[in-house]
Write a protein that binds this ligand. Sequence first.
Ligand SMILES: [Fe+2]
Ligand SMILES: [Fe+2]
Length: 137
Amino acid sequence: MDIQLAQWSEKLVFGLPMIDSQHKQLYDLAGTFAGNGDQIRVMKTLVMLNNYVKDHFGAEEQMLEALKYPDLAAHKLLHAQFKDLLIKLLDDARQLSLDEIASKVQYLIYGWFSNHILQVDVAYVPWVRSHTPQTQD
Ligand SMILES: [Fe+2]
Ligand SMILES: [Fe+2]
């Protein structure tokens, strides 16, 4: 998969409010790493990023499970891989400079996560719309 970096923009918005706000929250958090000179705050923010990602993936999987989304197993596997990457960064962070941590977070969120939204999450949107009566607009 070709990884291109993308900041938050309208093209990442699906029109599914819970999912959109959880996605945006991760970009907002990722944006706080650059130019931050406080090691303790960066470590706390990394823990928070891990938790937000875990919560988002859990909510997304629960929604897709409830709607019997056929590609859920493959989707869950990608989530698990990303959670592993974030846990590895958390483990490695003590040996890294703040700039190195910031650039790894950028790669993970603006790179991996953006590509996941644009290439993988996007695939469930028609299924969610057609299987959720209140999202017809
Ligand atoms: Fe996903
Ligand atoms: Fe997602």
